[in-house]
Ligand binder design. Structure first.
Ligand code: DC
Length: 226
Protein backbone atom coordinates (compact mmCIF):
# COMPACT_ATOMS: atom_id res chain seq x y z
CA UNK A 1 0.00 0.00 0.00
CA UNK A 2 1.25 3.52 -0.82
CA UNK A 3 2.49 5.42 2.24
CA UNK A 4 1.27 9.00 2.28
CA UNK A 5 3.83 11.71 2.91
CA UNK A 6 1.65 12.97 5.72
CA UNK A 7 1.68 13.48 9.47
CA UNK A 8 -1.56 12.22 11.05
CA UNK A 9 -2.38 13.43 14.57
CA UNK A 10 -5.35 12.36 16.70
CA UNK A 11 -6.23 13.16 20.28
CA UNK A 12 -9.03 14.19 22.62
CA UNK A 13 -10.52 17.66 23.17
CA UNK A 14 -8.15 20.01 24.95
CA UNK A 15 -5.04 17.93 24.28
CA UNK A 16 -3.46 20.94 22.57
CA UNK A 17 -3.20 19.03 19.31
CA UNK A 18 -4.38 21.94 17.12
CA UNK A 19 -1.62 24.30 18.27
CA UNK A 20 0.89 21.49 18.10
CA UNK A 21 -0.18 20.31 14.63
CA UNK A 22 -0.11 23.88 13.27
CA UNK A 23 3.43 24.46 14.58
CA UNK A 24 4.65 21.07 13.34
CA UNK A 25 3.26 21.94 9.88
CA UNK A 26 5.11 25.28 9.92
CA UNK A 27 8.39 23.62 10.91
CA UNK A 28 8.13 20.92 8.26
CA UNK A 29 6.71 23.21 5.57
CA UNK A 30 3.60 21.00 5.24
CA UNK A 31 0.00 22.17 4.84
CA UNK A 32 -1.99 22.15 8.11
CA UNK A 33 -5.54 20.71 8.04
CA UNK A 34 -7.87 20.93 11.05
CA UNK A 35 -10.61 18.35 10.42
CA UNK A 36 -12.58 19.37 13.54
CA UNK A 37 -13.19 22.69 11.77
CA UNK A 38 -14.88 20.75 8.95
CA UNK A 39 -17.36 18.97 11.26
CA UNK A 40 -17.96 22.31 12.99
CA UNK A 41 -18.67 23.90 9.59
CA UNK A 42 -21.28 21.27 8.71
CA UNK A 43 -22.99 21.86 12.07
CA UNK A 44 -22.93 25.63 11.50
CA UNK A 45 -24.43 25.28 8.03
CA UNK A 46 -27.18 22.99 9.37
CA UNK A 47 -27.99 25.50 12.07
CA UNK A 48 -28.07 28.43 9.62
CA UNK A 49 -30.37 26.48 7.30
CA UNK A 50 -32.67 25.60 10.19
CA UNK A 51 -32.14 21.86 9.64
CA UNK A 52 -33.37 19.46 12.34
CA UNK A 53 -30.04 18.36 13.87
CA UNK A 54 -31.49 14.96 14.81
CA UNK A 55 -32.49 14.27 11.19
CA UNK A 56 -29.57 12.22 9.89
CA UNK A 57 -30.68 12.28 6.24
CA UNK A 58 -30.97 16.07 6.33
CA UNK A 59 -27.54 16.36 7.98
CA UNK A 60 -26.08 14.13 5.26
CA UNK A 61 -27.63 16.38 2.63
CA UNK A 62 -26.01 19.45 4.20
CA UNK A 63 -22.62 17.69 4.13
CA UNK A 64 -23.09 16.53 0.54
CA UNK A 65 -23.53 20.08 -0.72
CA UNK A 66 -20.96 21.83 1.40
CA UNK A 67 -17.75 23.50 0.21
CA UNK A 68 -15.04 23.79 2.86
CA UNK A 69 -11.62 25.34 2.18
CA UNK A 70 -8.68 26.48 4.27
CA UNK A 71 -6.27 29.33 3.63
CA UNK A 72 -2.57 28.61 3.13
CA UNK A 73 -1.88 28.65 6.88
CA UNK A 74 -4.86 26.41 7.63
CA UNK A 75 -6.19 28.85 10.21
CA UNK A 76 -9.00 30.54 8.24
CA UNK A 77 -11.94 28.35 7.28
CA UNK A 78 -14.17 29.18 4.32
CA UNK A 79 -17.65 27.65 4.33
CA UNK A 80 -19.30 28.04 0.93
CA UNK A 81 -16.86 30.91 0.34
CA UNK A 82 -17.56 32.80 3.60
CA UNK A 83 -14.97 33.07 6.38
CA UNK A 84 -16.50 31.29 9.40
CA UNK A 85 -13.28 30.86 11.42
CA UNK A 86 -14.71 32.56 14.52
CA UNK A 87 -18.34 31.45 14.13
CA UNK A 88 -17.45 27.75 14.25
CA UNK A 89 -15.70 28.14 17.64
CA UNK A 90 -18.63 29.44 19.71
CA UNK A 91 -19.80 27.26 22.64
CA UNK A 92 -23.11 26.69 20.80
CA UNK A 93 -21.42 25.25 17.70
CA UNK A 94 -19.00 23.27 19.87
CA UNK A 95 -22.02 21.70 21.59
CA UNK A 96 -23.98 20.83 18.41
CA UNK A 97 -21.07 19.55 16.30
CA UNK A 98 -21.68 16.04 17.63
CA UNK A 99 -24.89 15.94 15.56
CA UNK A 100 -22.75 16.23 12.43
CA UNK A 101 -19.91 13.98 13.61
CA UNK A 102 -22.12 11.01 14.48
CA UNK A 103 -23.76 10.64 11.05
CA UNK A 104 -21.98 7.99 8.95
CA UNK A 105 -22.76 9.68 5.62
CA UNK A 106 -21.40 12.99 6.93
CA UNK A 107 -18.19 11.26 8.03
CA UNK A 108 -17.83 9.53 4.65
CA UNK A 109 -18.12 12.85 2.85
CA UNK A 110 -15.60 14.55 5.18
CA UNK A 111 -13.14 11.67 4.73
CA UNK A 112 -13.44 12.03 0.96
CA UNK A 113 -12.73 15.79 1.14
CA UNK A 114 -9.85 15.24 3.58
CA UNK A 115 -8.19 12.59 1.40
CA UNK A 116 -8.47 14.90 -1.61
CA UNK A 117 -6.72 17.66 0.38
CA UNK A 118 -3.84 15.31 1.20
CA UNK A 119 -3.54 13.75 -2.24
CA UNK A 120 -1.13 16.15 -3.93
CA UNK A 121 0.97 17.66 -1.17
CA UNK A 122 2.43 16.79 2.23
CA UNK A 123 0.05 17.65 5.06
CA UNK A 124 -0.22 17.64 8.82
CA UNK A 125 -3.81 16.60 9.44
CA UNK A 126 -5.37 16.44 12.90
CA UNK A 127 -8.64 15.11 14.27
CA UNK A 128 -10.10 11.98 15.82
CA UNK A 129 -9.96 9.41 12.99
CA UNK A 130 -6.95 10.53 10.97
CA UNK A 131 -4.49 7.85 12.14
CA UNK A 132 -7.02 5.01 11.85
CA UNK A 133 -9.30 5.95 8.94
CA UNK A 134 -8.54 9.05 6.86
CA UNK A 135 -4.78 8.68 6.49
CA UNK A 136 -4.12 5.30 8.03
CA UNK A 137 -1.37 4.88 5.41
CA UNK A 138 0.35 8.08 6.60
CA UNK A 139 4.09 7.70 7.09
CA UNK A 140 3.91 9.34 10.53
CA UNK A 141 1.08 8.82 13.00
CA UNK A 142 0.73 10.28 16.51
CA UNK A 143 -1.84 10.13 19.30
CA UNK A 144 -1.49 13.24 21.48
CA UNK A 145 -3.16 13.17 24.86
CA UNK A 146 -3.05 14.41 28.46
CA UNK A 147 -5.04 13.56 31.59
CA UNK A 148 -8.57 15.04 31.69
CA UNK A 149 -7.54 17.07 34.78
CA UNK A 150 -4.53 18.56 32.98
CA UNK A 151 -6.65 19.38 29.91
CA UNK A 152 -9.25 21.10 32.12
CA UNK A 153 -6.45 22.93 33.89
CA UNK A 154 -5.05 24.23 30.57
CA UNK A 155 -8.50 25.44 29.47
CA UNK A 156 -8.96 27.09 32.90
CA UNK A 157 -5.68 29.02 32.53
CA UNK A 158 -6.55 30.03 28.94
CA UNK A 159 -9.91 31.48 30.01
CA UNK A 160 -8.34 33.24 33.01
CA UNK A 161 -5.68 34.82 30.82
CA UNK A 162 -8.42 36.17 28.57
CA UNK A 163 -10.13 37.64 31.64
CA UNK A 164 -13.06 35.17 31.71
CA UNK A 165 -14.33 33.82 34.99
CA UNK A 166 -14.80 30.06 34.72
CA UNK A 167 -15.38 27.16 37.04
CA UNK A 168 -12.69 24.43 36.94
CA UNK A 169 -15.12 21.64 37.89
CA UNK A 170 -17.47 22.65 35.09
CA UNK A 171 -14.62 22.64 32.55
CA UNK A 172 -13.56 19.20 33.76
CA UNK A 173 -17.07 17.79 33.40
CA UNK A 174 -17.35 19.32 29.90
CA UNK A 175 -14.06 17.66 28.89
CA UNK A 176 -15.24 14.32 30.25
CA UNK A 177 -18.61 14.67 28.43
CA UNK A 178 -16.85 15.45 25.13
CA UNK A 179 -14.52 12.48 25.59
CA UNK A 180 -17.62 10.29 26.00
CA UNK A 181 -19.38 11.64 22.91
CA UNK A 182 -16.14 11.46 20.86
CA UNK A 183 -15.60 7.86 21.98
CA UNK A 184 -19.01 6.91 20.63
CA UNK A 185 -17.53 7.39 17.17
CA UNK A 186 -14.98 4.63 17.84
CA UNK A 187 -11.74 5.49 16.00
CA UNK A 188 -10.19 7.17 19.05
CA UNK A 189 -10.34 3.92 20.99
CA UNK A 190 -8.80 2.09 18.03
CA UNK A 191 -5.98 4.65 17.79
CA UNK A 192 -5.14 4.30 21.49
CA UNK A 193 -5.15 0.53 21.25
CA UNK A 194 -2.81 0.56 18.23
CA UNK A 195 -0.54 3.04 20.04
CA UNK A 196 -0.42 0.83 23.14
CA UNK A 197 0.30 -2.27 21.07
CA UNK A 198 3.19 -0.67 19.18
CA UNK A 199 1.25 -0.82 15.91
CA UNK A 200 2.82 2.27 14.34
CA UNK A 201 0.98 5.08 16.13
CA UNK A 202 3.29 6.97 18.52
CA UNK A 203 1.62 7.86 21.83
CA UNK A 204 2.61 11.31 23.12
CA UNK A 205 1.40 11.93 26.68
CA UNK A 206 1.75 15.71 27.07
CA UNK A 207 0.59 15.91 30.70
CA UNK A 208 4.08 16.88 31.87
CA UNK A 209 5.32 18.47 28.61
CA UNK A 210 5.30 22.04 27.30
CA UNK A 211 3.83 22.63 23.80
CA UNK A 212 7.36 23.33 22.49
CA UNK A 213 8.60 19.99 23.83
CA UNK A 214 5.71 18.17 22.14
CA UNK A 215 6.41 19.89 18.81
CA UNK A 216 10.12 19.00 19.06
CA UNK A 217 9.31 15.37 19.89
CA UNK A 218 7.04 15.05 16.84
CA UNK A 219 9.33 16.91 14.41
CA UNK A 220 12.35 14.88 15.63
CA UNK A 221 10.42 11.65 15.14
CA UNK A 222 9.40 12.65 11.58
CA UNK A 223 12.96 13.66 10.63
CA UNK A 224 14.40 10.50 12.17
CA UNK A 225 12.04 8.30 10.10
CA UNK A 226 12.06 9.77 6.58
O1 DC B 1 -11.13 19.06 17.39
P1 DC B 1 -12.44 19.86 17.55
O2 DC B 1 -12.78 20.14 19.00
O3 DC B 1 -12.49 21.09 16.73
O4 DC B 1 -13.57 18.88 16.98
C1 DC B 1 -14.92 19.26 16.93
C2 DC B 1 -15.81 18.02 17.01
O5 DC B 1 -15.74 17.29 15.78
C3 DC B 1 -15.46 17.05 18.12
O6 DC B 1 -16.56 16.89 18.99
C4 DC B 1 -15.18 15.73 17.47
C5 DC B 1 -15.54 15.91 16.03
N1 DC B 1 -14.49 15.42 15.14
C6 DC B 1 -14.64 14.16 14.60
O7 DC B 1 -15.61 13.46 14.92
N2 DC B 1 -13.70 13.67 13.73
C7 DC B 1 -12.64 14.43 13.40
N3 DC B 1 -11.74 13.95 12.53
C8 DC B 1 -12.46 15.71 13.95
C9 DC B 1 -13.41 16.19 14.84
Amino acid sequence: MERFSAVAIDGPAGSGKSTIARTVAQELGFLYIDTGAMYRSVALKAKLKGVDLEDEAAMAEVAAGVSICFDATGTRVLLDGADVSEQIRTPEITAITKYAARVVAVRERMVELQRAMAANRPVVMEGRDITTVVLKEAKWRFFVTASAEERANRRFKEFKERGHDVDYDQLLSEIIARDESDNEVGPMKDALEIAHNGGGIVLVDTTLMSPAQVVDAIVDNVRANP
